[in-house]
Write a protein of this length. Structure first.
Length: 326
């Protein structure tokens, strides 16, 4: 298996003001030291509560946000400090589908211009050839070619998201960050968009980082699943292993909230204490310990590292000593 995207020690910190008129600055640790490999052809699901850093991680991997520290490799090439010219060429291989189909499309541009803009920027299809390419892309995502002369406000949320998918596909990418692509859509439309993404992956050999809140959708679409909490990955495993036997207390709590597929089926609900802490002032030791029902003294003082529990499963928890990286 080929590693397409590789991150080591990846961090993204933002400067945050401590008050409206305060001059001092504090650091918001959105992504706080992540090691991650994404294999060509897979869908890596990325889950966690709001504010844990999922979307920031996706954008840093694409260099839409510049990393504070760490390295990013694409097909083995270090792209962390890649200058503007080569980075623009690399953009053909790495694209993003945004969460909000209402905000991510320019209301002043026609659908044809939106989808064809990247073709123009990269000089891929001039003139009439570009229009034919746009028509083909729209058909591929389930829209009629004649919609290219209309504007985003004339379409439903699901149709707009299909336009966003066509835009991402225009430059023939290998890797796409799907940043909660269905969370803003009606439930009746969500399955259609997920099925479209799966069909496109099989047809075009795409690799996805699929960011989502809905654990049921993640189970359906993902090959492996990474669980994030306050800027760190706390568990990473194959989809089947993680949903059958979650190891980290946070993962178990998340999955306990998923409705049981069988009416009347029993599942113990794990209630977490309090709210997710601020990434500006995270707890000492394990960041999850203030909410963890299994926390011990060592959790309050020592931050755990991501360890391997046989095979490719990784967990960051003092309950599992595992094989620590050398």
């Amino acid at each position: 298996m080929t590693t397409l995207v590789e991150a080591r020690g990846l961090k993204k910190h933002f400067q945050a003001s401590s008050g409206l008129f305060a001059g001092s600055k504090k650091v918001l640790r959105a992504v706080d030291g992540i090691d991650l490999d994404i294999t060509a052809g897979e869908t890596l699901g990325l889950v966690g509560e709001s504010g844990c850093g999922k979307s920031t991680l996706g954008r840093v991997l694409l260099r839409l946000h510049e990393p504070t520290a760490g390295t990013i490799r694409y097909r083995g090439e270090d792209i962390t400090g890649l200058p503007a010219g080569p980075l623009r060429a690399l953009r053909r291989k790495m694209q993003i589908i945004f969460q909000d189909p209402y905000a991510s499309l320019n209301p002043r541009m026609t659908i044809g211009s939106i989808v064809g803009e990247a073709l123009q920027i990269h000089g891929l299809a001039p003139g009439a050839e570009r229009e034919a390419r746009v028509a083909s892309l729209l058909e591929r995502v389930g829209l009629r070619p004649d919609v290219m002369h209309r504007y985003p406000h004339e379409f439903s949320g699901g149709q707009r998201q299909r336009v966003g998918i066509a835009r991402a596909l225009a430059v023939e990418p290998e890797f796409i960050v799907c940043d909660e692509p269905i969370s803003a859509l009606d439930v009746s439309i969500q399955a259609q968009v997920v099925n479209l993404l799966q069909d496109l992956q099989q047809e075009l050999g795409l690799t996805y980082l699929f960011i989502a809140h809905d654990l049921t959708v993640v189970e359906h679409i993902s090959t492996r699943v990474a669980v994030m909490y306050l800027g760190n990955i706390v568990e990473l495993a194959s989809r089947d292993d993680l949903y059958r036997d979650p190891k980290h207390p946070y993962t178990r709590a998340l999955l306990s909230a998923v409705p049981h597929p069988v009416p009347g089926g029993k599942k113990e609900r794990i209630a977490l204490r309090g709210e997710i802490p601020s990434p500006i002032d995270p707890p000492s030791g394990c960041k999850f310990h203030p909410r963890c029902p299994e926390a011990t003294d060592v959790c309050r003082t020592t931050e755990p590292t991501l360890v391997t529990l046989g095979g490719t499963r990784q967990v960051s928890c003092h309950l599992y000593p595992g094989d620590r990286p050398s």
